[in-house]
Design a protein around this ligand. Structure first.
Ligand code: C2E
Ligand code: MG
Ligand code: MG
Ligand code: MG
Length: 277
C-alpha cells in the first residue's frame, strides 16, 4: 500500500513536471526580472480592535505584471518558494513594509503595527539579521513590526525556531502564528514560544454565527490564546454575524473584507485620514 502510494506520488510529480516545467521556468525568469525592475508592490489590509479602532496593517505582496495586471500571491508565491526567489523577495517585502511604516508614522499614524508574512524557506535561511537591519534603518520602535509565521514553519524544527524567534523578539519585533488551527501545533511548544498573537484561519471564521461546529474551534482558539497570554485575531471576517460572534466571545482583533480590503499605500493613507486619526 505504501509502495503503491509512493509510486502514485512519483507519477503525479512527473506529470506536473512535464506539463509545467517550461512554463514554470519562464515564470521564474519573469519573477527575477520583476524584482530587478521593481514590479512588486505591497497592499495593506487594516486590522481593528474590538471597538473598531485600527491597530495595524498586514502587508500583502502584489505583482504588477506588465501584461496581466496586478497579481495576488496565489499566482506566483508557490514558484517563488520552489525556486528560492522567496528569499530575496521576502527581504524586499520586509524592508518595504518597514519603509511604509516610517511613512505612516511621519503622517501621524505611528501607533499602527505593520505585519509581514514570512515563508518557511525564508525563515529557515535566517531572518534575524535582516529584521535587525530594517529595525535600525527605519528606527522602528518596539512593537510596531510583526512577523507572521505558520505553524508548520515553527513546528518543523521548534528548537531552531525558538532561538531565531527569541532574537527577533529581542529587537522588539512581534510574532504572530498565521492560519492558526490549520496546522499541527505542539501545545507544549506553543507555551514556550515567544509569541504575541494567534491569527484564527479564515476557514474557521466562515461559519461563525450560524451555530456550526467551527464555533467550537474558534472559541477554543480564543481561550487558548487567553490562557497563554496571547492576543487572538480573526482573519477573513466578512459578515456582521461573524463579527458579533467574535465580539461576544472576546476575540481581541479582527481583519476582513467587512472592515477593509487590502489596498495600496495611498488609499490606506486616505482611509486613515478620513477616519480622522
Ligand atoms: P494570509 O497571510 O493568510 O493573508 C490573508 C489573505 O486573505 C490575503 O490574501 C487577503 O487578501 C485575504 N483576505 C483578507 N480578508 C479577507 C476576507 O474577508 N475574505 C476573503 N475571502 N479573503 C480575505 P492574499 O493577499 O491573496 O494573500 C494570500 C497569501 O499569500 C497570504 O495569506 C500569505 O500566506 C501569502 N502572502 C501574501 N503576501 C506575502 C508575502 O509578502 N510573503 C510571503 N511569504 N507570503 C505572502
Ligand atoms: Mg498573513
Ligand atoms: Mg492568514
Ligand atoms: Mg490564509
Amino acid at each position: 500500500q505504501a509502495k503503491q502510494r509512493g509510486r502514485n506520488c512519483i507519477v503525479a510529480y512527473e506529470q506536473a513536471f512535464d506539463r509545467g516545467a517550461g512554463e514554470r521556468l519562464q515564470l521564474v525568469l519573469q519573477l527575477r526580472e520583476a524584482l530587478r525592475q521593481e514590479q512588486f508592490v505591497l497592499a495593506f489590509q487594516l486590522q481593528f480592535d474590538r471597538s473598531g479602532t485600527p491597530v495595524g496593517v498586514e502587508s500583502l505582496l502584489r505583482w504588477k505584471h506588465p501584461e496581466r495586471g496586478l497579481l495576488a500571491p496565489g499566482h506566483f508565491i508557490g514558484v517563488c518558494e520552489e525556486s528560492g526567489l522567496i528569499v530575496p523577495i521576502g527581504r524586499w517585502v520586509l524592508r518595504e513594509a518597514a519603509r511604509r511604516w516610517r511613512m505612516l508614522a511621519d503622517a501621524g499614524f505611528g501607533d499602527l503595527r505593520v505585519a509581514v508574512n514570512v515563508s518557511a524557506m525564508q525563515f529557515q535561511q535566517g531572518i534575524a539579521d535582516d529584521v535587525a537591519a530594517v529595525v535600525r534603518e527605519f528606527e522602528l520602535p518596539r512593537g510596531v513590526l510583526e512577523i507572521e509565521l505558520t505553524e508548520s514553519v515553527v513546528m518543523s524544527n521548534p528548537e531552531a525556531a525558538v532561538a531565531s524567534m527569541q532574537r527577533i523578539r529581542g529587537d522588539g519585533v512581534c510574532i504572530a502564528i498565521d492560519d492558526f488551527g490549520t496546522g499541527y501545533s505542539s501545545l507544549a511548544y506553543l507555551k514556550r514560544l515567544p509569541l504575541h498573537r494567534l491569527k484564527i484561519d479564515r476557514a474557521f471564521v466562515r461559519d461563525l454565527g450560524t451555530g456550526a461546529d467551527d464555533e467550537t474551534i474558534c472559541s477554543a482558539i480564543i481561550r487558548l490564546a487567553q490562557s497563554l497570554g496571547l492576543k487572538a485575531i480573526a482573519e477573513g471576517v466578512e459578515t456582521e454575524a461573524q463579527w458579533r460572534w467574535l465580539q461576544d466571545w472576546g476575540c481581541d482583533e479582527v481583519q476582513g473584507f467587512l472592515f477593509a480590503r487590502p489596498m495600496g499605500f495611498d488609499d490606506l493613507l486616505r482611509q486613515l485620514r478620513l477616519r480622522g486619526g
